[in-house]
Design a protein around this ligand. Structure first.
Ligand code: HQG
Length: 179
């Protein structure tokens, strides 16, 4: 399958595996998994040309490793970014001293007063390096990179989680920890 089609399908999978499974009539379990055969059948029923081969290609080549198969290969889920209620079962991990968040200028006044909020997502998303944070911020315009005192936050009782694809997650970053 050509890269353009794969990207289109990958975006559609993000939509149904993170936000709107009901759009194609599938149900995610508590941990966000759906049987691969169900996903493929539901996508095909809704006009998407997804096959086992193209799904494997998407999982393997997704630039951010957005999706993962279960160990037995029978199920698939999004690694993070959900707005539907799933429990990914992530264990808390101590973060590095500094993490980064890419955003844009227009959000700064609100971020400075309320801190970083998770909005529709389950967590605030933080990056381990500035390069990644720039890519996240650039989705919305000229990127502004905020440095987060993650080590201090953790020491002061805020849990952090690391998604299977290397995104650092936390519930809320109060303004005091934004350097
Ligand atoms: C901003 C992509 C005003 C925040 C990326 C961001 C990431 C506030 C936007 C993942 C705020 C939320 C997540 C506050 C935060 N006031 N604005 N108090 N607190 N914001 O998309 O971090 O492609 O929900 O700065 O690579 O941009 O989906 O979060 O600009 O990993 O796999 O509100 O999404 O990954 O936007 O991106 P988002 P995000 P995927």
């Amino acid at each position: 399958m050509n890269p353009k089609e794969l990207t289109k399908l990958s975006k559609f999978l993000s939509l149904v595996l993170r936000h709107e499974p009901e759009r194609i009539g599938i149900t995610l379990d508590n941990a966000g998994w759906v049987p691969v055969i169900e996903l493929i059948a539901a996508c095909q029923k809704h006009g998407k040309s997804l096959t086992v081969t193209s799904l494997e290609e998407i999982v393997a080549t997704s630039d951010k490793k957005r999706f993962a198969f279960s160990d037995d290969g029978q199920r698939i889920r999004a690694n993070q970014g959900h707005s539907v209620g799933v429990d990914l079962g992530l264990t808390p991990v101590p973060p590095p001293e500094i993490l980064y968040h890419g955003t844009v200028e227009k959000f700064l006044p609100s971020i400075r007063s309320e801190g970083l909020r998770k909005g529709e997502r389950h967590h605030v998303h933080l990056s381990k390096d500035e390069t990644t944070a720039i890519k996240v911020g650039e989705r919305r315009g000229q990127a502004i990179i905020l440095k987060i005192a993650a080590g201090r936050m953790h020491a002061e009782g805020h849990p952090f989680f690391l998604s299977a694809n290397g995104v650092w997650l936390t519930d809320h970053v109060p303004p005091d920890y934004i350097l």
